[in-house]
Design a binder for this molecule. Structure first.
Ligand SMILES: [Zn+2]
Length: 327
């Protein structure tokens, strides 16, 4: 038997029209919650500011939770924690993203940090995903559409997948599939086309961005892995996070990773960069020396963490010297 996960049921709704009568525990990130709590119709019995993505920390939160339903409000951190905690407690989970900043609210796994890398654990999908485009559109410029990097990463992720295929480095479980690559390439085109509108916080652009994130997630659910959208750009992001600290949004780390790896794969870098700029992704938050050191350490890092084969595994000093590091 092979089970294919679905994406969560999604409601496009104004938050002040969503009714809740159960006893609620909200997991949130403080700023995101403060920005939208005035639009909620209910008062939670508990609210917890989630500050870390480690299993020990999430376990430490569980003992204090006494609720009938978990709400995860904010970006990736609260929903990853929420999926884990709701599963452990056997409670339903409602996710309210305050920005389209990641794809975590659509997936069945929780990403957590361990030993300087990010790992994914099967948990659950949210039982309901509430999307209020007005609230997301009103969010900060740099984060509201930052999840575009998790679709733009198709460019370098699928290039890595094909690259590994040519070298015979894809294991049996993740064989290269040209038709799947063709499907994700159309999502890449669609997300580039909506970048300007999504970046401005317009409903149509944000809806298209969400559709692209959702279709990419569902396609990965069917094939059973994330190779079409996760490769060396994410490896760079995971490695550089150890130096930069965990405070930076995912897009700030993956975005530069995409532009670096796209150069090595000879992709259309200006087009990818333009899409990120439309969505306000800060591309120069990582100092050049940190970028260089991370790139140099990346082949060892990839082996150490057993990451699927990509161009990052084969980085040489010459390749690194050829890269433009400012965007
Ligand atoms: Zn990502």
């Amino acid at each position: 038997m092979q089970r294919i996960w679905p994406i969560p049921p999604i409601e496009y709704i104004a938050l002040n029209e969503h009714m809740e009568t159960r006893n609620v525990c909200v997991l949130h990130t403080r700023a995101a919650y403060d920005a939208i709590k005035g639009h909620l119709t209910f008062t939670p019995a508990q609210d917890i500011n989630v500050t870390e993505a480690t299993l020990d920390y999430w376990d430490s939160l569980i003992k204090d939770i006494d609720a009938e339903v978990i709400y995860a409000i904010g970006g990736g951190l609260p929903v990853d924690a929420g999926k884990y905690i709701a599963l452990k407690l056997g409670l339903p989970l409602v996710s309210i993203p305050t920005a389209l900043s990641v794809d975590a609210f659509l997936t069945w796994a929780s990403g957590y940090r361990k030993d300087g890398c990010v790992y994914y654990m099967e948990t659950k999908i949210p039982d309901l995903l509430l999307i209020d485009f007005d609230r997301i559109g009103a969010g900060p410029d740099f984060i509201r559409a930052a999840g575009i990097t998790d679709v733009l990463s198709i460019a370098t992720g699928s290039a890595d997948w094909a690259y590994a295929h040519k070298r015979g480095k894809n294991p049996e479980a993740t064989p290269y599939d040209a038709n799947v690559e063709a499907m994700v390439q159309t999502m890449l085109t669609a997300v580039i086309d909506c970048a300007e509108s999504a970046g401005k916080g317009e409903r149509d652009g944000l809806a298209r961005l969400l559709e692209c994130l959702a279709m990419e997630v569902q396609l990965c659910n069917f094939i059973g892995h994330s190779r079409p959208e996760e490769g060396s750009e994410h490896y760079f992001a995971y490695a550089v996070e150890n130096v930069m600290g965990k405070g930076l949004p995912h897009g700030d780390l993956v975005g530069p990773g995409i532009l670096l790896m796209a150069q090595l794969h000879n992709l259309d870098v200006p087009k990818l960069q333009q899409a990120m700029e439309y969505c306000g992704i800060p591309l120069n938050n990582i100092p050049q020396d940190v970028m260089l050191e991370t790139l140099k350490s990346l082949p060892d890092y990839c082996i150490q963490h057993k990451l699927p084969h990509g161009i990052a595994h084969d980085l040489t000093d010459e390749m690194i010297a050829s890269l433009q590091l400012t965007f």
